[in-house]
Design a binder for this molecule. Structure first.
Ligand code: 8YV
Length: 315
């Protein structure tokens, strides 16, 4: 059988690219300068898009590929794929849920500890000689026993909440509706009210039109000068200008962020702050999880072209 042609939107780990190459003709779209000419020449052959959660596929690209049948995402988030355009053309979309949940939850808790205990600045205190020359590092803020507000209690939010439960934290959460949870977890629907009841407001919600800027100035005001914001979801869920204003004026205690508007070219205002922990969108980026994500994405593509049931369809 002829190998199906696949448009690859961004790089993958070498192993995944090798395995994909065994079954498909991969076109490395991200390395092509004249994309218009490429699509004119090869567009009719492309039957699949292989993309990532952070890169997606927009409506124009989807509409420009007449033979497109499936979009496979290496990632759980599908907010950057134009699902409406895909649906209207009867194109299947798959993602990679579950396999990344544990690593994302681990990094979230790690970011909370690193931020509240100022682990990066403390390490710098040792490296710079400040410990020897200036004495003890300033006191930091406790994590255990505090109040966690989980914004979005899906797979990842629940995994974070379970971990924080073990830190004896009080768990509050907001979601589209109350979930069946351990009895001590409390549902607070309104994000500002959730923030008012949180020492750590943790964003683990999926992104869509309804959640855009769900964390805005009034939510940040409610979180207040002793509250920390943690975002491992999508930058679009926060009003980043309001967040930068609040951080610069110390209207919240700090933020630990894995996602940014325009990443990786992030707003330079972040780089001047000393109350932030900045991470390069890597919460799922362990060897183990990226292997599992690569396998699941490839298995979805193989299932599709073998006429079998998709493993993890979005639509
Ligand atoms: C990565 C992600 O950015 O899963 C997601 O939605 O955003 C991340 O895990 C990326 O998709 C990895 O390929």
């Amino acid at each position: 059988m002829n190998k199906p042609h696949v448009l690859q939107i961004g790089p993958y780990p070498q192993r995944d690219e090798e395995l994909l190459n065994e079954h498909f003709v991969l076109h490395r779209y991200f390395e092509i300068d004249d994309r218009h000419a490429f699509l004119n020449r090869n567009g009719n052959d492309i039957r699949a898009i292989a993309t990532r959660g952070d890169l997606g596929a927009d409506g124009d690209l989807i509409r420009s590929l007449p033979a497109l049948e499936i979009i496979a995402i290496n990632g759980v988030g599908f907010d950057s794929v134009d699902l409406k355009a895909a649906k209207s053309k009867g194109i299947a979309v798959t993602n990679t849920p579950d396999v990344l949940t544990g690593d994302v939850a681990d990094l979230t808790v790690g970011m909370m500890l690193a931020q509240s205990r100022r682990m990066v600045a403390a390490a710098h205190w040792v490296f710079s000689g400040d410990w020897k020359n200036r004495g003890d590092f300033p006191l930091t803020t406790r994590l255990y026993g505090k109040r966690a507000g989980i914004l979005g209690l899906g797979r990842i939010g629940s995994a974070v909440a379970r971990r924080l439960d073990a830190f004896n934290m009080d768990i509050f959460y907001s979601s589209t509706s109350a979930k069946s949870t351990p009895q001590s977890w409390q549902f607070i629907k309104d994000p500002a009210e959730l923030a008012a009841n949180s020492d750590f407001l943790v964003m683990t919600l999926a992104a869509n039109d309804q959640t855009r800027h769900i964390v805005n100035k009034s939510v940040l005001d409610a979180l207040g000068p002793r509250g920390f914001l943690i975002n491992v979801s999508r930058a679009a869920n926060v009003d980043e200008t309001a967040l930068l204003d609040a951080l610069e004026k110390a209207e919240i205690a700090g933020a630990a962020l894995d996602v940014f508007d325009g990443e990786p070219d992030i707003n330079p205002r972040f780089l001047k702050l000393d109350n932030v922990l900045l991470q390069p969108h890597h919460s799922s980026a362990t060897v183990e999880t990226r292997k599992a994500m690569g396998d699941l994405m490839r298995e979805n593509l193989l299932a599709y072209f073998a006429g079998k049931k998709l493993l993890t369809p979005v639509i």
